[in-house]
Design a protein around this ligand. Structure first.
Ligand SMILES: Cc1cc2nc3c(=O)[nH]c(=O)nc-3n(C[C@H](O)[C@H](O)[C@H](O)COP(=O)(O)OP(=O)(O)OC[C@H]3O[C@@H](n4cnc5c(N)ncnc54)[C@H](O)[C@@H]3O)c2cc1C
Length: 512
């Protein structure tokens, strides 16, 4: 079979060169192309994967029976470890790749991570064992042509680098320790057949051999490519996205290993054919001499920009030396990548569909996290105690209808409202000056700098209170009145109304 790498040699020379040096470069390229299938899926007719029980083939043999079956083996492991270990539920997890192996690494603060020991999933020392580095401080900075940008420092925000595979490996061990539970690799979700009192999940192995498993609830944790999310949301599972690529590498010359670079832009928007994008870097010291660097941008799902990971990776390798100085020992440990999903709810409450009868969606499949700073990992860790306790109760009471399961979600009204701010970071050459996103964000940094540190910590930890957001917005409008016209241009009537509804929902929510 011709190598995929050879096929991109001329079109993506920088990516080709970097990945050719990796032992598993070809495999990662395959993974990137697999994720980029998302853009085609959005244009195709929605595949029906939730079928009625009468469609189950008569000769289907049930290979096993579980309380919960998780399709997808990343964040599912955290949830499943609690359901199995704490609540004694018999769980099965399968993934079309290798469960507990992620193409990302995560940053979070220790206080937030301690939710994992609060649920009893890990001990506190196990939590500490997955933190591979802790920084003294972190900063955010947006480019100004005259070098006057405000570097906003903050402590205890995304200041712990977590080894994702180590954490997921521990969770997997917890699942496997519970008799009757199982974790399967290289098994793909095909469809499910729903009956009144159970659901049958059809899966396939790499050779195309089908298997059927019976469960009380199917938990869809298949991430951005979830066909279940696609079906439930009628082909529009996300409104915005944040394509993200990067590497974990060593051999940079100018790294401060005690500081996290939470957001850093180095230049005005990249005006591509399409509509343009504001590229943003993130940089986090990791284990030993390793440093994680990411390049990403925010965009609307249906913008004409090329949003493929493949093309962003080419840009990443071209521009990386502008962000960090590569030494002669520069060495890539592994690439990291993914399409971070976002959903702006047009309503007072959650409008994204995240459940159906006997089906529930978590993680990126549910797309309830804010892509601004924290994403799906932070959201899962924060919400894990109630996402597990509530699902256990629902199973015990047999209240597994769409209405009941829909109440078990990581939806947070403050996060939903804050996600609107991402729209200001989606560059649009039709309405924006090339440095628009940087100018606006630089003003936000100045406003935050003038306020007590708790404002910036809350904003970057998804813990904002509505009254605090109002203070920030009011001060911003006074300092930078352009934000008012920009709001109109960026959000339009629909978007502005949606934002107001989100804020009203937040104001009247019991969790403020
Ligand atoms: C580079 C990068 C860095 C990030 N850093 C942070 C961070 O610091 N903090 C934070 O909070 N969040 C971060 N995020 C976001 C976070 O990684 C995601 O929210 C999280 O991985 C979502 O987990 P998930 O299990 O929902 O989906 P995924 O991680 O996408 O996992 C889905 C799994 O489902 C499997 N699958 C898909 N389709 C099928 C199928 N048909 N059958 C079987 N299996 C299937 C896939 O193989 C995959 O293993 C980052 C994301 C990226 C891309």
């Amino acid at each position: 079979m011709p190598l995929l790498l050879d096929q991109i040699k001329l079109t993506h020379p920088n990516l080709y060169q970097a990945f050719s040096l990796l032992a598993d470069g070809e495999q990662h390229l395959r993974g990137i192309m697999e994720l980029d299938r998302y853009w085609q899926l959005l244009k195709q007719p929605v595949r029906k994967v939730i079928l009625t029980g009468d469609k189950l083939p008569k000769d289907a043999v049930i290979s096993g029976e579980y309380d919960l079956i998780y399709a997808g083996g990343t964040l599912s492991l955290l949830h499943a470890a609690v359901m199995a270990g704490k609540y004694g539920r018999k769980v099965m997890i399968f993934d079309r790749q290798t469960p507990a192996k992620s193409t990302r690494d995560w940053n979070i603060s220790r206080k937030e991570l301690l939710n994992l020991s609060a649920t009893g999933m890990l001990t506190e020392s196990e939590v500490d064992s997955v933190i591979v580095r802790r920084y003294k401080t972190g900063w955010v900075e947006f480019y100004q042509p005259d070098g006057s940008q405000k570097r906003l420092y903050m402590e205890n925000v995304l200041d712990c680098a977590v080894n994702a595979d180590k954490l997921l490996g521990l969770a997997k061990e917890k699942v496997m320790a519970v008799s009757g539970s199982a974790v399967f690799a290289e098994i793909s979700f095909v469809c499910c057949y729903r009956f009144e009192d159970h659901i049958v999940v059809k899966v396939e192995d790499r050779k195309g051999k089908a298997f059927y498993y019976k469960t009380k609830v199917l938990v869809d944790v298949m991430g951005i490519l979830s066909p279940v999310a696609m079906e439930l949301n009628e082909g529009v599972p996300q409104t915005h996205i944040c394509p993200t690529v990067g590497t974990i590498a060593s051999g940079f010359e100018d790294i401060d290993f005690e500081t996290g670079e939470i957001l850093a832009s180095l230049e005005p928007a990249d005006t591509l054919p399409g509509r343009g994008r504001q590229l943003i870097w993130e940089g986090f010291p990791a284990e030993n001499s390793q440093f994680i660097s990411y390049l990403f941008f925010y965009d609307e799902i249906d913008s004409p920009n090329d949003k493929s990971l493949l093309s962003l990776f080419e840009t990443y390798f071209k521009k990386l030396p502008e962000y960090k100085k590569l030494g002669k020992d520069f060495d890539i440990y592994r690439p990291v990548y993914g399409i971070i999903p976002a959903y702006c709810h047009n309503g007072f409450n959650r409008t994204r569909k995240i459940a159906d009868d006997r089906i529930i969606l978590f993680g990126d499949a549910a797309s309830l996290a804010s892509p601004l700073t924290f994403c799906g990992f932070g959201s899962m860790v924060r919400n894990l105690p109630h996402l597990t306790a509530d699902l256990d109760r629902a199973i015990g009471e047999n209240t597994l209808s769409k209405k009941h399961l829909g109440r078990i979600s990581a939806y947070e009204p403050n996060v939903a409202s804050m996600a609107n701010l991402m729209k200001f970071m989606c560059f649009n050459s039709a309405t924006d000056e090339p440095n628009f996103v940087n100018d606006l964000m630089n003003e936000v940094m100045i406003v935050l700098d003038e306020l007590p540190e708790r404002y910036r910590q809350a904003m970057f930890r998804d813990e904002m209170k509505i009254e605090d957001l109002m203070v920030v917005m009011f001060r911003l409008a006074l300092r930078y009145p352009k934000v008012l016209t920009a709001t109109w241009e960026k959000l339009g009537v629909q978007g502005s109304l949606g934002f107001i509804k989100n804020l009203a929902g937040w104001a009247f929510s019991p969790v403020r």
